[in-house]
Design a protein around this ligand. Structure first.
Ligand code: UD1
Ligand code: UDP
Length: 374
């Protein structure tokens, strides 16, 4: 088939890297980057690190409001789809790039294939929830990562075209996990970042959800990070540029023991998670990676669309929202000072992460006839 893949954000580049080799072995791919993320540290660096193909089209549609951004993407996508008339448009996840890819294709009668279909946080204040719902209802192929996602789709009357394929991000994490297990990796990262890093003696954090860029929420999670950090156990916060802008606007202070660093590469992000005492994050990808790696993780949100990952972590991944008392109790329970270095060493030494087989399952489902689909 001739397949147009649409990506635009950091996690979509990571997901595309997990699928692209298998996809290209079987299909003719045209690769479109909407440009939703454009900084070298959020986008460009991942092409080289993950061996992604150069985009055939780069739309440069990042920045602005939701409507401005989505409209620019729709305007950029439509003529390309009209000219190339692909057999399918493949979109990943739940970003504005996902929404634009699905909508532009469906309006032209081109079948949509949605990777990570069926996830729901049941919170429509999240822009991602709206993007997921619309994309799922427009899609012909719905590649669900979990059984709960399949059930969510069934509850919305969507059964045709649904395939339970597993979590594509786990395929990639499994592929590179052996490369990050050596704790000596931390020495190079520490000297590059200018932060002392020993296994189990630091915390790793990322924050970027829209709700966590509101002033009250920023003050709340900032106080959690300040409280969790100390001279002998710093927090390394790999800061999303959008969160940085919001923090600067509000004058948010994280204290001296929170090291704010640029967004990191994929392997560095996995290494910083694996060897940490614990992870604090509102990221969908990072909370799952923490679960797969077995590192304690505080989710700085009040909901998750990744219930299976949280459950499979056997209590290591905990939804704490921005509740200071809950966060500090959970951290003390899951990553006590004295035991954390030993736990981190054992975790890295025993790491065995298997592929979810999602790329292969997606390819197999794309080969199925579309009988009965909407
Ligand atoms: C987007 C997705 C979110 C995903 C996240 C992954 C939507 C609605 N949100 O959120 O689901 O989890 O990506 O990281 O699609 N910015 C830069 N440089 C960049 C990228 C962003 O400076 O390379 C700043 C800009 O100020 C921009 C802001 O970040 O306006 C927000 O970027 P945007 O892509 O709109 O949303 P994210 O918060 O990145
Ligand atoms: N990530 C990264 N560098 C960082 C922070 C995160 O490479 O500095 C990776 C992380 O390991 C995961 C993915 O980015 O694979 C998650 O993307 P993000 O948090 O931007 O979006 P979400 O998953 O919340 O949509």
């Amino acid at each position: 088939m001739k397949i147009v893949s649409v990506v635009g954000t950091r996690p979509q580049l990571i997901k595309a890297a997990a699928l692209q080799p298998a996809l290209r072995a079987r299909h003719d791919e045209l690769f479109i980057d909407t440009g939703q993320h454009w900084d070298e540290s959020m986008a460009g660096a991942f092409f080289a690190e993950l061996g992604l193909a150069r985009p055939d089209h780069a739309l440069g549609a990042g920045g602005g409001s939701h409507a401005e951004q989505t409209a620019a993407m729709l305007r950029g996508l439509e003529p390309i789809l009209l000219e190339t008339r692909p057999d399918a448009v493949l979109v990943y996840g739940d970003t504005n790039s996902t929404l634009a890819g699905s909508l532009a294709a469906a309006k032209l009668g081109i079948p949509v294939a949605h990777v990570e279909a069926g996830l729901r946080s049941f919170d429509r204040r999240m822009p991602e929830e709206l993007n997921r719902i619309v994309s799922d209802h427009l899609a012909t192929w719905l590649f669900a990562p979990t059984a709960t996602a399949v059930a969510n789709l069934r509850h919305e009357g969507i059964e045709a075209g649904v395939a339970l394929v597993g979590d594509l991000m786990q395929d990639l994490a499994a592929r590179v996990s052996a490369e990050v297990r050596d704790p000596r990796l931390l020495e190079g990262i520490a000297s590059r970042l200018g932060v002392p890093l020993a296994p189990g003696e630091y915390l790793f954090a990322t924050v970027h959800r829209q709700e966590n860029r509101e002033p009250a929420a920023m003050r709340a999670w900032a106080s959690i990070l300040r409280g969790a950090s100390s001279m002998d156990r710093p927090v390394v916060l790999a800061l999303h540029p959008g969160t940085r802008v919001a923090m600067e606007r509000e004058g948010i202070d994280l204290g001296r023991e929170v090291a704010i660093v640029e967004p990191q590469g994929y392997r560095t992000s996995l290494a910083l998670q694996l060897h940490a005492a614990a992870v604090l994050t509102d990221s969908g990808g990072v909370q799952r990676e923490a679960a797969w790696l077995g590192v304690p993780c505080l989710v700085l949100r009040s909901t998750t669309e990744w219930a299976e990952a949280v459950a499979s972590s056997t209590g290591q991944v905990v939804i704490v929202g921005v509740d200071h008392a809950l966060a500090s109790d959970t951290l003390a329970r899951l990553a006590p000072r004295a035991a954390a270095p030993r736990s981190a060493a054992a975790r890295a030494a025993g790491l065995e992460l298997a592929s979810a087989g999602a790329a292969a399952a997606i390819l197999a489902a794309l080969d199925e006839p579309l009988a009965g689909s909407r």
